[in-house]
Design a protein. Structure first.
Length: 319
């Protein structure tokens, strides 16, 4: 047993790794006893007999460690602690201190990054101070463009859009239009985009496709018509797409498919046939050279009806 209050100090540079101690040696609760006297509980050190009304796990270790940690945790150092126990307590506290330092380092790095971003934006905003001399074009400098880049990137990240969308012509046209609209521009709400603007875009595309089909017709080019069903926002639809050689497909429209394929619970070939017939008549039978569908029985039956009505058509049912 150690009787000198300063003789069991272990320098931090000589601390042994915690892994060298057994679980029993790192269980410091056995170094203390619980005393119940006059209906009051206290904790007593089994070595120096000092007692406390309460003592948490860290302070128990600090009491048994050395001068460095006892001062750090403001607890009286045990003068009779065995050397092996003292080394184990010091190693355990050193490990705890390293973990805390690591967490503080990560937090400090995050805080530093956030402060850097805030500082950059604050400094950049100061470039637009109206008291500064210079033209508007001079004030719209590299720093302002950097903030704009970050905002665009954040929109792509948060809305989970494809990075390739930034390379599209539509993306560049959008950025240019917003820039030309000026600082007072406010983006439309989702209800406007999904309503009025969507209808306008659909009408514009439909007119463009009609002009394209007319031009191909004048050149004597025939289209291949295809159709299939799909579900968009829980709405069953039948889409109609035409294709010219070496050209992208063109949507000719869609029908509500809730009842299109169903007649008393059975798929109806006549409904498929009527839908295709309507589209062929809209674009002109002479402009259609082939109709391609899948090889389901109802589709093959509809193709047979089309071949009877339009003898010039090539009809194919493929897998």
């Amino acid at each position: 047993m150690n009787t000198n209050s300063t003789s069991t100090i272990t320098p931090i540079s000589e601390i042994t790794s915690v892994s060298l101690f057994s679980e029993e040696e790192l269980d410091f609760s056995k170094e203390y006893s619980l005393i119940n006297k006059d209906k009051k509980c206290s904790i007593k050190c089994n070595h120096c007999k000092n007692s406390w009304s309460s003592l948490n796990t860290t302070h128990k270790r600090a009491h048994l460690s050395d001068n460095v940690f006892s001062k750090l945790y403001k607890v009286k150092l045990c003068v009779n602690v065995p050397s092996k126990t003292s080394k184990a307590a010091v190693a355990s506290l050193k490990l705890l201190q390293d973990k805390r330092n690591s967490k503080d380092s990560i937090k400090s790095q995050v805080d530093s990054n956030l402060m850097h971003i805030t500082t950059v934006e604050s400094v950049t905003q100061s470039e637009f101070n109206p008291k500064r001399k210079g033209t508007i074009s001079e004030k719209f400098n590299v720093a302002a463009a950097t903030i704009a880049d970050r905002k665009v990137a954040n929109y792509i990240f948060s809305s989970k859009q494809s990075f390739n969308s930034c390379d599209s012509l539509a993306f560049y046209e959008m950025i240019r239009a917003v820039s030309e609209a000026g600082p007072g521009y406010t983006a439309p709400k989702s209800s406007i985009i999904s309503g009025k603007l969507l209808d306008e875009q659909y009408s514009a595309i439909k007119e463009t496709n009609a002009r394209f089909i007319e031009r191909e017709s004048q050149l004597g080019h025939g289209m291949t018509l295809s159709s299939d069903s799909c579900t968009i926002t829980k709405q069953p639809l039948t889409n109609y797409i035409c294709k010219y050689p070496n050209r992208q497909g063109i949507s000719l429209g869609y029908d509500d498919a809730t009842e299109l394929y169903q007649a008393g619970g059975i798929k109806d070939a006549n409904a498929v046939y009527e839908g295709l017939k309507t589209k062929i008549e809209e674009v002109g039978p002479s402009n259609v050279t082939a109709v391609v569908l899948d090889n389901a029985p109802v589709m093959l039956a509809a193709l047979t009806l089309l071949a009877v009505l339009y003898s010039h058509l090539i009809v194919l049912g493929i897998i």
